[in-house]
Design a protein around this ligand. Structure first.
Ligand code: S3P
Length: 428
């Protein structure tokens, strides 16, 4: 696909699509609760639609009228044998959280996904689940999908220190802990997104969170709820950065989720001198409006406990750093190497093709700002966030073609991304 180039300004307002992490979980909790759950502003993108399809395949009545999704919950152990392999597509959140949920059911099941999923590490979930007594294994004695999970496990509560900072691992173990007798204690390496903990409470469960220590008792019941999904800050991030680096711009992003565990990008933009304002904050729903304007930016260092608060935004933050004065250093982000693709290598290789000065390191990137970007042929590697980052980069290219291979990956999290960008380019 030929990308849009040479944007002279970006102006206007966007209501960003629903949060991907919360959309997945709303289907999961709605299915495991008793009674009816309704979901509005659900993200109808490939990843979340795969989660929805899978719960339907396990016998959960789910109806989508185009505005509201209605789920007739089956209770914690009420899922039915799908009688076939479940395919999560490209979604790491789906496969990992499902492992915890399926550990507590009465049937055997196999989980698989696309070529990217078949290369992603699963021991981080399978090993602690095995410790809890779950019969689960990867393909041919590897840790990779297809993953087979046996039913009727006798699940034991554990105390477990997570060796990686991962909300997916934490969430899978919290789901499994619901089926155990007694109290499970999880100790996080760093604080990660807390949507599972928040939803356990929202659906009437009990969970104790004391900084990085989480305690949960098994044998709880959930009750159906009305879920309103806020906009995804990880999708808003592309337009936050675009508004900052394209001259003469002012971009308004409405109804963006502002969970403290997700707002690292706002802190980084501020530390780089970017003009960013948060208004109309709705404390109860943890959401608000973000306004950005074209800015003079300076380099920064991004490391330590902020990393999980912006892990998915690092590719677009790397682009932001190419437009800042000075050298930006990103470290402690080795998790980027095991995302939908190796995002450290992908960001370095693809932005270099467009003229950026950027070096990959083992656990991050070193970005020398101030280079002008030029035309070139790039690829998303089938990774939605790499694809969208490259489109924002192309807006800075003054002449020639920027051609993106595998642009269709964008539909994994933001099917209307190109249309929303168009709307900002046409408004004056
Ligand atoms: C997610 C957690 C993060 C994030 C992913 C979504 C979630 O992964 O990168 O896009 O919904 O829990 P990790 O928890 O593996 O870091």
């Amino acid at each position: 696909m030929k990308l849009k180039i040479n944007a002279s300004s970006l102006n206007g307002e966007i209501s960003v699509p629903g949060d991907k992490s919360i959309s997945h979980r709303s289907i999961m909790f709605g299915s495991l609760a008793k009674g009816t759950t309704t979901i509005t502003h659900f993200l109808r993108a490939d990843d979340c639609l795969d989660t929805l399809k899978i719960f339907k395949q396990m016998g959960v009545p789910i109806h989508d009228d185009g505005t509201t999704i209605t789920i007739e919950g089956q209770g914690l152990t009420g899922l039915k044998d799908p009688q076939k392999t479940l395919d999560v597509g490209n979604s790491g959140t789906t496969i990992r959280l499902l492992m915890g949920i399926l550990a507590g059911q009465s049937f055997d099941v196999t989980l698989t996904g696309d070529a990217s999923i078949q290369k992603r590490p699963m021991n981080r979930v399978m090993l602690p689940l095995q410790e809890m007594g779950v019969a689960i294994e990867g393909d041919s004695e590897t840790e990779f999908p297809p993953v087979v999970i046996k039913g009727n496990n006798k699940i034991q509560a554990i105390e477990y220190k997570l060796p990686v900072a991962s909300a997916q691992v934490k969430s899978a173990l919290l789901f499994a802990a619901l089926f155990a007798k007694g109290e499970t204690t999880l100790i996080e390496k760093e604080k990660t997104r807390n949507h599972t903990e928040v939803m356990i409470k929202q659906f009437g469960g009990e969970i104790e969170v004391d900084e990085k220590v989480i305690r949960l008792n098994g044998g709880q019941e959930f009750t159906g709820q009305q879920v309103v999904v806020p906009g995804d800050i990880s999708s808003a991030a592309f337009f936050i950065v675009a508004g900052l680096i394209i001259p003469n711009s002012r971009v308004v992003l409405k109804n963006v989720g502002l969970s403290q565990t997700r707002t690292g990008i706002i802190d980084v933009v501020k530390s780089m001198g970017g003009q960013i304002e948060i208004v109309d904050v709705d404390e109860e729903n943890e959401s608000g409006t973000i306004i950005v304007e074209s800015s003079e930016l300076v380099a920064t260092e991004i490391s330590g406990d902020i990393i999980p608060r912006l892990i998915d935004e690092l590719p677009i933050i790397a682009l932001l750093a190419t437009q800042a004065k000075g050298t930006t250093i990103i470290k402690d982000a080795e998790e980027l190497r095991v995302k939908e693709t190796d995002r450290i290598q992908a960001v370095a290789d693809e932005l270099s093709k467009l003229g950026a000065k950027i070096e990959p390191t083992e656990d991050g990137l070193i970005i020398h700002g101030g280079e002008k970007l030029h035309a070139g042929n790039v690829t998303s590697y089938g990774d939605h966030r790499i694809g969208m980052m490259l489109q924002v980069a192309a807006l800075l290219v003054e002449e020639g073609d920027v051609v993106l291979d595998k642009s269709e990956a964008v539909s994994v999290s933001y099917p209307n991304f190109f249309e929303d960008l168009d709307s900002l380019m046409s408004e004056v």
